[in-house]
Design a protein around this ligand. Sequence first.
Ligand SMILES: [Zn+2]
Length: 405
Amino acid sequence: MRQNYFIKLVRYMKNVYYLERGLNKLSDGRVNPTYSIGQVVLPVLFGFLLRIKSFNELNFMIKNNEFSKLFPRGTKLPQVDAIRDTLKVIDINGLKQISQHTVKKSVENKVFENGTIDGYTVVAIDGTKFFGSNKKSCPECLKNITGEKTHSFHSGAVMSIVGIGPKLVIGFEMYKPGQDSVSKDEGELNVAKRLISSVVKSHKELIDVVVYDALACNSIWINHCKSLGIDVIVRAKNNNNNSLRFVKKTVNKTDAVEVWEDEKGFEKVKVYESTFTMDKVEQPLRFVKFAIKHKDKKRTQIMIVTTCMEMTLKTLFKMIRARWDIENSIFNNLKTECGLGHCFVHGGNAVEAVLCLIFIASNIMQLFLVRHLKEHFTTQREMVRLLLKGLYLLKFNAELILSSA
Ligand SMILES: [Zn+2]
């Protein structure tokens, strides 16, 4: 093999993101640990980069000494039970900082210099469930009881960059029972508010526009984002907001302001719009309806409310379509390829720790793919295949050893 992509990946993680440095700084609550944090976390991180489907699969790789060439000779790596126990007490804020560092570094390296959609840097939020199980649970689990069955799960909201360029996860926030409302929409909105506040705190001036779904079509979300200096696009569905009902009626009586024939992916898109004011929101808002005729002649419509008063309708359309990215590519990818749907481990800090590691792995993979975009392959799957091949051909090389002191 001319190029060993696994070697390239390890160098990239060491030299561009200083990953070991961050890991070795993590503290934890263990007394006299048998394994260092690096010995615990690095195999998990490589497992996620190589798309393991379960912790058993990871255990198998560790037992087979498949990661042995990444550590000093004779290093004994922990089995999965020890990994689980350590993840429960791991320094979760330290892990989050490592995750933030990958994003900061990419911003420093000007990855998002020209924005992601028509010059704007756009992010999307989605609420999702993690690690659902009918068998395993922990005290922090949320529960759905149907008949005799109890389904235990965790939930939260994830924010990622959408549009052109690497689709980085730039933050996630867990639903907190007791603090967040039990009503689904209200609870998720509260989680999302915390999420965007914390992302803005760690990545100042990165985000121009946030796209979110209909549960956020209200003054609470719009005012919260505006107070952070971020523009808002939200879906407007069957909302019971009076001002929204009124503007919908108004727009229905007007003629289309723009018509796009052969719009990418669609046969025809007719656009209607009007400005309006919403109760408890100081600034005027814009209501836009995209009436879409699909290639199979089916008709659908997307309605949005936005604070972007000057933006072109085409750009708005691109942004709301990019939100489908987060559902279609990012979450599907994470759920099907990275084990986000599986019950890896519950209890203590473990759920957040595993999510954090999945997102770090996903971000590194996204950035690594973009870096090697001009080479022959294009898909993540092809990259994973090449990485595995590279790992098996790997020989001891002092330069590649990961310090896990
Ligand atoms: Zn749990």
